[in-house]
Design a protein around this ligand. Structure first.
Ligand code: PAF
Length: 521
């Protein structure tokens, strides 16, 4: 791992990664790393080739007379932690390096000499913005600078700062940054208290009091899930009643994307609060949503994912999100256009405007219905021409981006099972059940041999089959686009010696363990 204090240094180090199109992750932090940060970093390390952690206590996002001076700084310890979890680069610039045009006051908000980024006031003026004027402009400015300096493929933010996350997402969309914003779940201590660098300020009594934040959220969530309480008025009351004793700053029920207040929960809502525990201001939140569970099945080629996925969907009455059919749909579109298969820009232009519609099913006998730009292509996408070309088309970034967005839209509704290579790490990081389905190289070679024999092939070289499978695994794990990765929270299922039925039964058992009363999710 290398530490850089200058923009010139870090950018020079990143040149090879940019040139070779590697998956480059940025995890922006203000240091004093705790388990919450480490979970962001671990997710970034799992899913990317190069990981940069930035450590910068950003004066622009602290109000005058706040805890800027007191904010914990522990660069050496942070670097050590980063090294341990596999970070490649720590970028820890000084204030002078990042804000050269605010020399006199070291970047505090009184300085007006520099360019600022102003997110939509409707998103910044309420919730935390109310008591922290200027805070989100400071965050937006530093995040913009960091994205420009590092030029990551993905940037990781915690769901704990839900308002910040929504504002960063909007910033990236409005300013067309070519980066994917990855949100990571809140990490909590055993008591339920969300990890925060500011927890260091709490005395042990205050820490006990602070647990009330989570308890209040939990109680409101329980009222939503078990008693079907949906109005903001009642949910906020549950929250407030359960955190009596703390000095509340605000409680809010808002749309998680736009941050606009909701009067009741429809599909998804953000329940958020801030409160003072002694002098320390803490925030916490929970997403309330109706969506049914998702099962994400990843694993290497030849582990039996397709059959297992179809059967699991069928037996649990969940929809089978056939991502392969989606790629086939866009491949059909390209093949039926005038555009050459290697004209990536032309294909990007074509697919970004395409209207791909799916009608999913649970029944393995009823394949997904696919239409492209209003034309039913359910049969056409199974042609050998499409089969021959689907891998070339699905390796193109614009194609994957288009489908990622659509897959996540299906994910918003939930109630599905899907299989792939990076579903648990990337497409559905919040999936309720993640399975990494695998088998030893020898076992997969034996299965393939059996298949080939059934197809009438003789004289199969078993050693060579094993080698091919090994090579394919190495390639799939190293490829830039959708590399094969096991999510840290995935359950690994090694299928050596198990029949397909046994594998399916195991997954259904795992699902039933988590959702004992769910019938169709
Ligand atoms: O969440 C934080 O730690 C900060 O707001 C961020 C995103 C690093 C910007 O300074």
């Amino acid at each position: 791992m290398r530490l850089f204090r200058t923009i010139a240094g870090v950018r020079t180090q990143l040149k090879p990664a940019w040139k070779t199109d590697q998956n480059l992750a940025l995890v922006p932090t203000m240091g004093a790393l705790h388990s919450g940060h480490l979970s962001l970093i671990e997710q970034a390390v799992t899913a990317n080739d190069v990981v940069v952690v930035s450590i910068f206590v950003n004066p622009l996002q602290f109000e005058p007379s706040s805890d800027l001076e007191q904010y914990p700084r522990q660069l050496e310890q942070d670097c050590q932690l980063c090294e341990e979890v596999g970070v490649d680069i720590v970028f820890a610039p000084t204030v002078e390096e990042l804000y050269p045009h605010t020399p006199s006051a070291q970047g505090t908000q009184t300085q007006e000499e520099m360019t600022r980024v102003i997110p939509p006031p409707a998103m910044t003026s309420q919730m935390c913005g109310h008591s922290r004027p200027g805070h989100f402009e400071g965050v937006a400015t530093v995040v913009t600078k960091l994205l420009n300096i590092i030029q990551p493929t993905r940037a990781y933010f915690g769901q704990k700062d839900a308002q910040q996350l929504a504002i960063v997402r909007r910033l990236v969309a409005d300013l067309n940054f070519p980066v994917e914003i990855c949100a990571c779940p809140i990490v909590r201590e055993a008591s339920g208290l969300a990890y925060s660098s500011r927890n260091q300020y709490l005395s042990s009594d205050e820490k006990k009091q602070a647990q009330g934040l989570y308890q209040g959220l939990q109680r409101a969530k329980q009222a939503f899930q078990e008693e079907n309480i949906r109005t903001a008025e009642k949910l906020l009351l549950y929250l407030q009643e359960n955190i009596s004793g703390l000095q509340l700053d605000y409680t809010a029920l808002v749309d998680p994307d736009t941050l606009q207040p909701l009067t009741s929960v429809n599909k998804k809502a953000l329940l958020a609060l801030a409160a003072y525990v002694g002098k320390t201001r803490l925030i916490d939140n929970m997403i309330l949503r109706d969506r049914a569970p998702i099962i994400a099945i990843d694993g290497p080629a030849g582990a039996g994912k397709s059959t297992v996925t179809r059967q699991v969907a069928y037996q649990l009455g969940l929809l089978h999100l056939d991502t392969g059919a989606m790629y086939r749909g866009l491949t059909w579109l390209v093949l039926n256009s005038e555009i050459a298969l290697d004209d990536e820009a032309g294909i990007a232009e074509l697919v970004s405007q395409a209207d791909l519609q799916l009608v999913l099913s649970s029944d393995p006998e009823i394949p997904v219905k696919v239409s492209v730009n209003g034309k039913d292509v359910t049969k056409a996408i199974r042609s050998s021409l499409v089969t021959r070309n689907v891998s070339v088309i699905s390796a193109q970034k614009a194609v994957r981006d288009k489908l990622l967005e659509q897959q996540r839209q299906w994910g918003e509704k939930g109630g599905l099972v899907a299989e792939g290579r990076d579903l648990g790490t990337h497409v559905f990081p919040n999936a309720e059940l993640k399975i990494f389905l695998t088998a030893s190289v020898g076992e997969r070679a034996r299965r393939r041999q059996k298949e080939l024999v059934t197809q009438g092939q003789e004289n199969i070289d078993f050693e060579q089959l094993q080698q091919e499978i090994q090579q394919r695994d190495t390639y799939d794990s190293a490829r830039a686009i959708a590399p094969l990765r096991k999510a840290p929270d995935a359950i690994e299922l090694v299928t050596d010696g198990l029949t397909i039925e046994e594998v399916i039964a195991k997954i259904i058992h795992l699902y039933r363990d988590r959702f004992p009363i769910a019938d169709s999710g």
